[in-house]
Write a protein that binds this ligand. Sequence first.
Ligand code: FEO
Length: 169
Amino acid sequence: MLNSKIEQALNKQINAELFSSYLYLSMSAWLENKGLKGMAHWMRMQADEEHVHALKFMDYVHERGGKVVLAAIDGPKTEWKSPLEVFAGAYEHECKVTGLINGLVDLALAEKDHATNAMLQWFVTEQVEEEAAAQEIVDRLKLAGDAGGMLFMIDRELGQRGAPATPAS
Ligand code: FEO
């Protein structure tokens, strides 16, 4: 059984993951409008991945006999100056999410909830990958600068990203 502090914190995280999905969908729509279909596709896959993260947390709360209560999702940012600003925003957002996950681990440890701590370790590892993936694209976009050819190549490559795996349950 989950204690109510952990249950509340996990419900908050479900909302944060759904907000992440919403933010990345907004980024995807902006990129699509600019004709950057590959980047738009990458960001849509990122939005799907965040949706999967929310489902993982929901499944875990249910598994532990807790109650999922969905709250309103804040509206995301809708305008950016450049693809670089979009991906830099995604990187910054992932750093924030890492902070949220670390906060949850701290809480699980303080509450001596070892099962929740174990579940969260998957997310700790995932955040390392998420930050690295966004950072790599930011670095490449910085290198590309205004070179249209390089931007085109990056766009084409990001268009190859596959769909995320769905949770087992
Ligand atoms: Fe759900 Fe990108 O962290």
